[in-house]
Design a binder for this molecule. Structure first.
Ligand code: ASP
Ligand code: MG
Length: 421
């Protein structure tokens, strides 16, 4: 069997959905197929905003209605018969969502992360229902599966951790039989706790969901359909000249994702590598084109990969008593970072100070400073960029650092990183 993952851009409007159905019909072949879909277009961002209003006790009805209208306009175009069951399902989901939001609004400012998951998860529930009915409409037998019942997680809201054994067991128990008769359509990004609440796996987490299903079903391949030709060595929106990798090994891909290449969610690779399941990154605009294959393979020389992280913050700590930065000091700093879920993108130690580069998050940075200011003097710069070049050469370093003010630089044999303004 195969797993196909369709992200937000590939389900963003009626013509995108027609294209999806076409891909399923032509590329799915005669094999068993499970589809993992993201929320439509920019729905997750829109729901984050709606949620923000409800959470702070404000009126969310206009913002919610915008999202409802957006989905309805797609459905209107795809299902001309108004008595089609998709309309009832859609209205039902939106009324459940509205009830959630009302109850959040009536008790504002409580349990941000937990309630976030209960609200934002509707994006994928709605899109998967629409995709499911549309495939049926096209004569493709399809079953809708609720991934909250299959991807079992803990309650680390917004970044839930998967209970692999439980998840694999229930997927293997139920889905293979279902797959023999029809295509399965399920949601990316979502999991569920054992007391029936929705969780999310982190932004852009649908790739990871697809990998979880592929792993649990021992898929022959995972296909991620994107609006780019495959895995490129740089973001074409930022770099004029990009090259597509034809093949990459798992390790190389994990590293790129780790440094922030936004092509694939970083957690996607490990489950696939564990079972040697190849990952194909392909273009939904040109489905027969080759794309990129990620598998067990090794290369001598790869083109340099350029990865940019914006909105970075460089924080440096020095001990207030003028002592050197000791392992004990570092322990204190790391603990605080981990408590606040601040991730280190780069770090460097010197005699009297320790510096980290992290995604800028005003609230968490303030908390970090409050926690540590008794022991350390802390300075920081914001609005920085972190550039990573994997498999760098002199030319690529030159290209990145010219005309920039460099605040910190680091290199290993394969990787060059620089924090700039
Ligand atoms: N819809 C979610 C997001 O936008 C998950 C995903 O698309 O992968 O982050
Ligand atoms: Mg996406």
């Amino acid at each position: 069997m195969k797993v196909f993952k369709f992200g937000g851009a590939s389900v963003k409007d009626a013509s995108a959905l027609r294209n999806l159905a076409q891909i399923v019909a032509t590329q799915g072949g005669k094999q068993e197929l499970l589809l993992v879909v993201s929320a439509m277009g920019k729905t997750t961002n829109a729901l984050e905003q709606v949620y923000g209003l409800a959470f702070t006790g404000q009126d969310f009805s206009t913002a919610l209605d915008e999202s409802r209208q957006y989905h309805l306009s797609i459905v209107n175009e795809l299902f001309p018969k108004r008595e089609h069951p998709v309309y009832e399902r859609l209205e039902h989901l939106f009324s459940q969502l509205q009830q959630q939001l009302q109850s959040i609004q009536s008790r504002p400012h409580t349990q941000y992360d937990r309630n976030y998951d209960q609200v934002v998860s509707f994006g994928e529930l709605i899109s998967s229902v629409i995709v499911h009915y549309f495939l049926r409409e096209q004569g493709i037998a399809s079953a809708w599966v609720d991934s909250r019942k299959y991807i079992q997680t803990d309650n680390t809201w917004r970044e839930a951790r998967v209970d692999w054994a439980w998840t694999e067991r229930v997927i293997k128990r139920d889905l293979p039989d279902l797959l023999q008769e029809q295509i399965i359509v399920t949601q990316g990004f979502l999991g569920g706790t054992n007391n029936g609440l929705a969780t999310t796996l982190g932004r852009e987490g649908s790739d990871f969901s697809a990998a979880i299903f592929a792993y649990s079903l021992d898929a022959e391949g995972l296909y991620i359909w994107k609006d780019v030709a495959g895995l490129l060595n740089a973001d074409p929106k930022r770099f004029a000249h990009t090259v597509r990798y034809r093949e990459l090994d798992y390790q190389e891909t994990v590293e790129m994702a780790y440094y922030g290449a936004s092509v694939i969610h970083p957690k996607t690779i490990k489950p696939l590598a564990n079972k040697s399941i190849p990952l194909y990154v392909k273009s939904f605009l040109d489905p027969t084109a080759e794309g990129t294959k990620i598998c067990d393979c090794r290369f001598e020389k790869l083109s340099p990969a350029y990865i940019v992280k914006d909105n970075q913050c460089l924080v440096s700590f020095s001990a207030k008593d003028f002592t050197f930065i000791s392992e004990k000091n570092l322990g204190t700093i790391f603990n605080a970072l981990s408590e606040l879920r601040l991730k280190i993108n780069l770090m460097q130690n010197s005699a009297i100070s320790f510096s980290i580069c992290t995604d800028y998050n005003e609230k968490r940075l303030k908390q970090l400073i409050e926690t540590l200011q008794d022991q350390f003097s802390i300075h920081y710069n914001t609005e920085l960029q972190l550039f990573t070049i994997k498999n760098y050469d002199n030319e690529s370093i030159q290209e990145i650092t010219k005309d920039k003010e460099v605040l910190l630089e680091q290199r290993t044999r394969t990787t060059f990183q620089v924090v700039c303004r």
